[in-house]
Design a protein around this ligand. Structure first.
Ligand code: ADE
Length: 233
């Protein structure tokens, strides 16, 4: 998978790939990361990339010219690049999107700074637009890293044996059951005794019950929906 981060601030992103799973995936040749700075494409004599909003409104908006030029250049080099914009004004990114996008060969993440990106850029170039949640970040860079991370772990070979893709939260409507590591008793706190007895069918039913508890507590609407779906099937 090729990723291109279209951003004014690649420094904000680079560090994430310097350790752990994604670093290993780059070393194994499974991921290739590139950066494209719209400022390098600005025809303004001071390399300006933003301006005040037409029609009024607070803050600066990213101009179309540098982004049109940067994205035209990118698309001229790879017509299959899938262009994703990050903005709070979009549909929420979910696990199914991560799995689907893991099958692409090249994704470009376009991050806005300031008050946003001139809408004409999004209209012309976006294959998809995502938000990572109902809050406003100072820019799209963190959001693009969130997508990149969630997508990458669905690419074959990125996760080692120790990190499994099976039975994770969001693979089913229920949240995942709690996990415990060793020692079995720590600071007088024990892991659930059923987990210790080795009866796998009992452990499975306990995990299901705990999953339902977690979902009821954190996502009560989802649990109701899940139960209603079970009754129908
Ligand atoms: N840029 C600023 N806030 C954002 C959000 N919540 N999701 C995606 N991109 C953003």
């Amino acid at each position: 998978m090729n990723y291109t981060f279209v951003t004014l601030f690649s420094n904000l992103i680079e560090g994430y790939f310097k350790d752990s799973i994604l670093k290993r995936a780059i070393e194994k040749g499974l991921l290739d990361i590139n950066y494209l700075n719209p400022r390098d494409y600005s025809t303004n004599k001071h390399f300006k990339v933003d301006d005040t909003a037409v029609g009024g409104g607070a803050g600066m908006v990213m101009n179309p010219q540098p982004l049109f030029a940067a994205l035209d250049d990118l698309k001229s080099k790879d017509e299959n690049v899938h262009v994703v914009f990050l903005t709070p004004v979009a549909k929420p990114f979910v696990q199914n999107d991560a799995k689907r996008l893991a099958k692409k060969s090249h994704i470009a993440f376009v991050s806005g700074r300031y008050e946003g990106i001139d809408e004409r850029v999004i209209e012309k170039y976006a294959d998809e637009v995502f938000s990572i949640g109902d809050y406003i970040l100072t820019g799209g860079e963190l959001a693009s890293l969130v997508l990149c991370d969630a997508i990458s772990r669905n690419i074959e070979g990125v996760l080692g044996n120790a990190e499994s893709l099976e039975i994770e939260s969001f693979e089913t409507p229920l949240l995942e059951a709690p996990s415990f590591s060793k020692p079995k008793i720590y600071d007088t706190l024990s892991v659930p005794s059923e987990y210790l007895k080795g009866n796998h069918s009992k452990i499975r039913s306990l995990k299901l019950a705990l999953s339902e508890c977690k979902t009821k507590f954190f996502r009560p609407k989802e649990l109701k929906k899940h139960k209603a779906e079970q009754r129908l099937s």
